[in-house]
Design a binder for this molecule. Structure first.
Ligand code: NAP
Ligand code: SF4
Length: 672
């Protein structure tokens, strides 16, 4: 008997039976924009091989004005159809199924030609949209239906009509973005007219034996969002209009509530989908922060949905479903919901990949072939860089010994996982432990590798990481000064703390020091209150006044750069860290000079002229002033003439993060 009877149960859609309840949700990876269709096909084929029941592509524009950005991929010409065929054929060869998402971005389209129900600019785009007239609306509907017909011609098994997240269809549904007084605005019937016409016309265009998923916004999380009654009325009408499945969207892109970041509790919104169960007869899909088979199974077993959508977990591990079915769930590389290599890349115009799995979207480029010349290789340092290198070298057939000075593997990941909101790092460390234990790597914990110990290896990979930078502040040797390592490993901190350095670690330490009791990430009720999310039956859009818990202590976060602290944090997550700390009353000050540590606190001044010297009162001062490479071993080996490969923080400490470390370790292993 499977551990996942609900997850692995087939789903009968009438003309087709899906083999299990797992949908790979749409992700915009920027792969299609490369126009390297073999590479696009390799990405989806790997996921099809891994057993997912149905995949949805990244959003394809139905026309130029609806593209997320100028040049966004779509299905515009017969040549496009032939290109998409390469993908659908490869997926079908692997026994998989794939639907194309049709995404009309409306006022979120990042370009001057964007269109919308009303000429109201979105807060997250510089481009005011043009208000559509009757003919313009008809053109958009016709273009979406044409895109659906082309998708069928290109061999897709279905389409997903994107009706959530604040995009074009969603914009018609609420007065926030629809102030029309004609038949497309005003009453609910009028506001629903466009999404329903789209579904009807798409169904007409594709016939009955084709999957039509409608992504419905169940919780807008913006002022003037939909009421629950409106959502249910729409869901029933969408079913009536011809949809075969309802997928869930949570939150508009302009919402000030995080919906998929790592600090969002797992399955945080399954309760919303559960409210829709029983209102429609077609299958309902739930999504958002579901990243393990156990969580997915529980959500289905509790009747929250008929099917589960996971997107980023399929970047982390294409074989998610197969491993779950084979009883190897602990081998599934976990998505830690960091966004660092996926969404942050997408928004920077780069190809998405995955912090945990740098091969995602690079399947044709980063290949770990079995080696023709197996070697004995020592890897020193079991942080992310060393672990990634060791696992990839082992996979290629080398004999690997992994040395780690500490008593457990994980390196800096063991610090990260102490931070409230970063609990997913526990799972990443556990996965590394499992994989190292299951493969042939000889692990030498609590062992300081010396040049003598390494002399017999064919190659040495040095991944000895970083040590904290010394900011050399006069008086910093005092007992009231701690390093971030002391703090994150449990040193007592007073009621008033000043943090020196506002990089990723400074922010993490501020979150750690302001948190009282349990992390809200592990307590859905607290997290919903903190961000002001409630049952949409009681408040339009599901929004109420946020009620963050009182901070555990007063914290001041400092940096020398005369700019807003936190500017260099992750593109899609930085605002969440800043908002969370603001809610906890953390004072963030840029442009300071550190003059001296004094018994009552930290004396600082401002600007190049060292003006306005003042004491920031503090019981504890925490140094988070960045990192420097630990290259001691690499230098000793080089002095003996050994060839060493230096990776991760030991190579370059500046802006080191686990993404770069894992990527560099894997890429090195592919070449040895
Ligand atoms: P960091 O991001 O490089 O920040 C170092 C901080 O120390 C900066 O605020 C810097 O600002 C300050 N600083 C630098 N030299 C200093 C000096 N000599 N004296 C006093 N202050 C100094 O480093 P980090 O915070 O240690 O983080 C390390 C890496 O881990 C980061 O690159 C980050 O990407 C990664 N990380 C990421 C996350 C995440 O959420 N993605 C979280 C934690 C860590 P000023 O020079 O302006 O003073
Ligand atoms: Fe998940 Fe982070 Fe990988 Fe994105 S980069 S798929 S969020 S682990």
């Amino acid at each position: 008997m499977s551990h996942y009877p609900h997850l692995l149960a087939p789903l009968d859609l009438g003309h087709v039976v899906l083999p299990n309840r797992v949908l790979m949700g749409s992700m915009h990876t920027n792969l299609e924009e490369t126009k390297d269709w073999n590479r696009v096909a390799a990405f989806y084929a790997a996921r099809a091989r891994g057993g997912v029941a149905l995949m949805v592509t990244g959003g394809m524009a139905p026309n130029r004005e609806g593209g997320v950005f100028p040049g966004a991929a779509g299905l515009f010409t017969p040549a496009d159809i032939a290109n998409h065929r390469v993908v659908t054929d490869r997926v079908h060869d692997e026994g998989g199924r794939i639907a194309m998402q049709i995404l009309h971005a409306g006022r979120y389209a990042y370009g001057p030609d964007c269109v919308a129900p009303s000429a109201i600019k979105s807060p997250i785009s510089p481009f005011p949209p043009k208000e559509l007239d009757e003919a313009g609306i008809e053109k958009q509907i016709a273009d979406i239906a044409t895109a659906a017909a082309r998708a069928r011609e290109a061999g897709y098994d279905g389409v997903e009509v994107m009706g959530s997240e604040g995009y074009f269809l969603n914009e018609f549904l609420v007065t926030r973005t629809n102030r029309r007084t004609d038949r497309w605005g005003g009453s609910l019937e009028n506001r629903m007219r466009l999404p329903l016409d789209v579904v009807r016309r798409v169904r007409q265009a594709v016939g009955q034996d084709f999957i039509l998923i409608y992504r419905i916004s169940l919780l807008d999380l913006v002022p003037e969002g939909q009421t629950w009654d409106e959502v249910v009325t729409l869901a029933k009408a969408v079913e009536e209009a011809g949809a075969s499945i309802l997928n869930t969207g949570i939150g508009w892109h302009e919402a000030r509530v995080p919906t998929i970041a790592t600090s969002v509790p797992r399955r945080a919104f399954a309760w919303v989908t559960k409210k829709l169960m029983g209102e429609v007869a077609i299958p309902v899909i739930t999504s958002n922060r579901i990243n393990t088979p156990d969580v997915a199974e529980a959500v289905l077993a509790e009747g929250c949905a008929d099917m589960v959508s996971m997107a980023r977990p399929f970047l982390a591990d294409p074989d998610f479903v197969r491993k779950a079915a084979e009883g190897r769930a602990e081998e599934i590389a976990p998505c830690i919901a960091c966004n660092q290599a996926c969404l942050d890349h997408t928004f920077a115009g780069k190809i998405s990949t995955c912090l945990v799995n740098p091969r995602a979207c690079f399947e044709t480029e980063l290949v770990l072939e079995p080696t023709a010349a197996p070697k004995c290789i020592a890897v020193v340092g079991a942080g992310p860089a060393g672990l990634a290198a060791a696992l990839a070298l082992d996979r290629r057939g080398h004999t690997v010994t992994l040395f780690e000075r500490g008593a457990r593997l994980g390196g800096q990941l063991n610090l990260a996982r102490q931070v409230p909101g970063k609990e997913e790092f526990h799972g990443l460390v556990a996965w590394f432990e499992t994989m190292v234990a299951k493969c042939g790597i000889a692990l030498r914990l609590s062992t300081e590798a010396t040049p003598d110990m390494l002399s017999d290896f064919d190659a040495v990979v040095v991944a000895t990481g970083v040590r904290p930078r010394d900011p050399q502040i006069p008086g910093q040797g005092a007992a009231n000064v701690l390093s971030y390592i002391d703090v994150l490993t449990g040193a007592p901190v007073g009621a008033r703390a000043v943090i020196v350095g506002a990089g990723g670690i400074g922010f993490d330490v501020a979150e750690f020091l302001t948190q009282t009791g349990q992390s809200p990430t592990l307590h859905l009720h607290d997290w919903l209150a903190e961000w002001g999310v409630t049952d949409p039956e009681t408040a339009r859009g599901g929004l109420v006044e946020p009620k963050p818990e009182a901070p555990a202590r007063a914290v001041t976060l400092l940096q020398r750069k005369p700019e807003k602290p936190g500017r260099n944090l992750g593109r899609t997550t930085g605002w969440i860290h800043r908002a969370a700390l603001q809610a906890k009353g953390v004072e963030m000050i840029g442009g300071v000079n550190y003059e001296a540590v004094e018994p009552g606190g930290l004396r600082v001044s401002s600007g190049p002229g060292r003006e306005d010297p003042r004491l920031i009162p503090a019981d504890t001062i925490v140094l988070c002033a960045g990192q420097e490479s630990d290259r001691t071993l690499a230098e000793r080996l080089a002095a003996r003439g050994c060839v060493v490969h230096v990776i991760g923080g030991a190579d370059v400490a500046a802006e080191l993060d686990a993404k770069r470390a894992i990527d560099q370790g894997t890429r090195l292993a592919a070449t040895l």
